[in-house]
Design a protein around this ligand. Structure first.
Ligand SMILES: Nc1ncnc2c1ncn2[C@@H]1O[C@H](COP(=O)(O)OP(=O)(O)OP(=O)(O)O)[C@@H](O)[C@H]1O
Ligand SMILES: Nc1ncnc2c1ncn2[C@@H]1O[C@H](COP(=O)(O)OP(=O)(O)OP(=O)(O)O)[C@@H](O)[C@H]1O
Ligand SMILES: [Mg+2]
Ligand SMILES: [Mg+2]
Lengths: 168, 160, 160, 168
């Protein structure tokens, strides 16, 4: 199983629709400061079910929507996994996980938004998402964010032991 | 329940010792504060970089802390593998020699799992199987796909 | 008392705008949460990197945050100068182009104050007036004094 | 005014006595991971009157004493300033600030230690140290430690405003 493609639509600095295909093995993403590298990582976290916008450097979830010359009122991210090895118990060679946030301002709540999850195009809940990913052992623990590389050493001993608790 | 914990802990500890040796050429191990009842204590990391005495984790340098952290992360991965790992600038504290060691370890582990790594370091790019460049123009990010190292060196010599 | 605060604040704000422009080629400013009574609110930093809209400070990239932080630190220094400044790996997030900008700014400011900077970056070393190398052998650190860039390139090509 | 020299004696990984002369202008210190660069910065903080050993990555002050093949029971750091411009109101072209920590284990307190401060060789208190340094505008605010470069941006707005308060 591997990540075949990421599709970003109006997500943070990716103000258009962009497809990023991946191959197995070792891929490096590089580029100047502020070009969007960590934003791609945030898009992966977005699909992995991270709920707190702060983890993706956003004040609120709607801050993930591209803000710039052309305004968008929604953002959408899809992760496409190769499932030929059936690591995910769905009878499909390809698993597409899509999450969408759409602004829906209300008179009493201008920050209101709607949140959507799709598995292979069918509506799903966040829980179904997370369950599916954990059946393949995919979780935010697969991700080390910028600046966090020494977090393991800097955290308290009890917090570190709890990492082992979760695995056991 | 304690038995399950110990089975997992011993295996991860073995991985940690092996991987830390490979990365830092030093001795490292995980130690339970309360071996009789692990859940009443924490998990300590003890490392001794080569040629030095083991000191408090806190006394380690930025690069030494990075290697210890990465050895732990890779040890967890060896116990319960995931299909992919995403690492953002894990080489920021590393000198050239250590950045290359980490890149080689990742390149080897990439036979078993997919690694997507953000890096500004020439030495890390040198060991990549595939390279993407990201640029931004008028506030919109775009991707330069599947660049080879020579093309990247034009960006990278401007990047880092 | 508020008057004294405002006199200091305005001067530092002017410095910040100028230095941020020089470092990041963008617009930056310091904003008081509560202008009538500064002591009842915080001090916010607003920056707009070139070509982009101003967004939350939190949305900035690692390199962009570094430049904003450094502009603030240099703005404080311009108001109340110290005879020396000691900076440890302030270039860790910076790409080559930004690391060089910061090194040039430091090299210029070094006419007024002494700067002692720890760095692994070739581009930073290139702008130094003096370079020291540190090595460790059997757990004891020693200094290689006043190396020139060619000599360091042997260490640095191993370092970074 | 500028820092002319640092003298380290058994301080952290500097297990001997070592003199580091400095010139005005822009000095870069480089070297491999773990070689001792940040330890030199810790030595400067040690003289600037930092009391918390954690800021110098030590569990307790006696952890700053070199521990290795040859054991030491004390560590000593001197900062030598050129004071020709009389920025420090002492009639001397050179100001030498020395701080020493000496282990002095007691039956009821094996971690006991003695702490010494000297200005130009004469015994002084920590307060006299700090007063003298602040008359030249030298304080831990002159130092940005490893990993702290984005601290200004990451701190809370009120904490940041207090930095201005202190200056005003
Ligand atoms: N909703 C949004 N709309 C438009 N731009 C955004 C949005 N959210 C974040 N950005 C922009 O994305 C940029 C940060 O991108 P990112 O963190 O991916 O950079 P990076 O390539 O990782 O850089 P570095 O090497 O410095 O870490 C910021 O300049 C920010 O202004
Ligand atoms: N009291 C002590 N006695 C002996 N060695 C010590 C002592 N305290 C710290 N050290 C050693 O100093 C080393 C760290 O040095 P330092 O932090 O200065 O490295 P550095 O050159 O800044 O490296 P990096 O580039 O990774 O940041 C550690 O390996 C640690 O073991
Ligand atoms: Mg980034
Ligand atoms: Mg260091």
């Amino acid at each position: 199983m591997y990540l075949k493609e990421i599709v970003l639509e109006n997500f943070k600095s990716f103000g258009n629709r962009i497809r990023i295909p991946f191959l197995p093995g070792f891929t490096v993403i590089t580029g100047p400061n502020g070009s969007g590298k960590s934003n791609i990582i945030d898009a992966i976290l977005f699909i992995l079910g991270v709920r707190s916008p702060k983890m993706m450097r956003a004040g609120k979830l709607t801050d993930l929507i591209y803000k710039g010359a052309k305004e968008a009122n929604y953002c959408k991210v899809s992760l496409i996994f190769d499932n030929s090895s059936r690591e995910i118990p769905i009878n499909s060679d390809e698993i597409i996980l899509t999450r969408k946030i759409r602004m829906a301002p209300l008179p009493n709540n201008p920050d209101n938004y709607y949140s959507y999850f799709y598995i292979n195009g069918k509506s799903a809940s966040l829980n179904e998402f997370v369950e599916l990913l954990s059946s393949a052992n995919i979780s935010p623990n697969c991700i080390v964010q910028q600046g966090d590389v020494t977090a393991i050493v800097e955290m308290g001993d009890v917090q570190r032991r709890k990492i082992i608790d979760e695995i056991a | 329940k304690i038995e399950t914990f110990y089975r997992v802990f011993e295996s991860i500890n073995e991985n940690f010792k092996k991987i830390y040796k490979e990365l830092a050429d030093g001795e490292g191990e995980l130690i339970l504060e309360n071996p009789e009842n692990p859940f009443e204590g924490g998990l300590m990391i003890k490392v001794r970089p080569s040629g030095k005495r083991a000191l408090h984790l806190n006394a380690l340098s930025g690069g030494e802390k990075s290697l210890a952290s990465l050895a732990f992360i890779f040890a967890l991965q060896a116990y319960e593998p995931s299909p992919f790992y995403v690492l953002d600038e894990i080489d920021m504290f590393l000198d050239e020699k250590n950045a290359e060691k980490v890149a080689k370890v990742i390149s080897e582990k990439a036979k078993e799992a997919q690694f997507i790594v953000v890096s500004l370091r020439r030495i890390t790019l040198k060991h990549a199987h595939h390279i993407y460049g990201v640029t931004i123009n008028k506030g919109i990010s775009t991707l330069i796909g599947n660049v080879n190292l020579q093309e990247v060196e034009k960006i990278v010599d401007k990047i880092r």
